[in-house]
Design a protein around this ligand. Sequence first.
Ligand code: PHE
Length: 339
Amino acid sequence: MKSKIKQLTETINALQANSLEELEVLRIKYLSKKGEVSLLFNDFRSVPNEEKREVGQLLNELKNLAQDKINGLKETLLAAKASGEKHDLTRTAEPIKLGTRHPLTLVKQEIADIFARIGFTIAEGPEIEDDWHVFGALNFPPEHPARDMQDTFFIEKNPDILLRTHTSSVQTRIMNSQKPPIRMIFPGRVYRNEAISYRAHCFFHQVEGLYIDKDVSFADLKQALLYFAKEMFGESTEIRLRPSYFPFTEPSAEMDISCNLCGGEGCPFCKYTGWVEILGCGMVDPNVLENCGIDPDIYSGYAFGMGVERITNLKFQVKDLRLFSENDMRFLEEFKSAY
Ligand code: PHE
């Protein structure tokens, strides 16, 4: 009797069924009134009294096992059937929701494409920098008040390690490691310790540019920037350069474009001036070239830098800078067909 129970336990443990019909056959075979398990119960009468307790327990266990097994198989088969029914193979496909590129990525890419057409390649560098690459090499002496122009985030207590405040730090790296001619742009994220509002953020994106060669002049700079402005904002766009100051360029200028909303007529967007500022630029200061191992008697160069958010605002009239980093799908989806 005990060996019979053992055998049947093994058989039941190994049961498989491919369909509910097959399962029903198994149920009848083992669990119906005349099934194998039930028949064992009939034999129970002939078990000697002293073994009845033990064998009775084994029999009950066998019955429970058989029931659990059959129920388990039934559940699996039902679940498979149900999920199969959900797949209607004749149905037309659901439209796939495609992601969109971030507006800043789109605009950064367009800026890069425009400069690529006039020979600029791209270089990137680290966001965590040291003082020398961000300030020192770029003619910001220690304690120079010009450092206050950019509110710097320092990493821990070491004032030498900081988050770059402009991608000019990549210019330093390139000038240090490559020989002119250099004609490159430097896109990337930069950080400044500013209170977050609709018009300022503690991080934003820049594309800076650098051209160093023999006989590079301010006229070359002006021509490259005019080309950029027209490509970016349309053929009728005009530019205007105003004298400015940066420690790393001399002379320095800020560039305005004719307001792309009113065409220079004057509107609330350009505060009725007809012009909007888009970038800083200038001729690389000879000190900077020298700091980076380039002979200023042989080479000269120009540099410029613009904020990608600013350009994007002008192109798409985004009124609140914070929208760029909030990941609001309603905002992001608006740029689906921008390019
Ligand atoms: N680095 C400057 C800034 O972040 C921009 C700039 C770059 C100005 C190159 C002049 C020349 O404000």
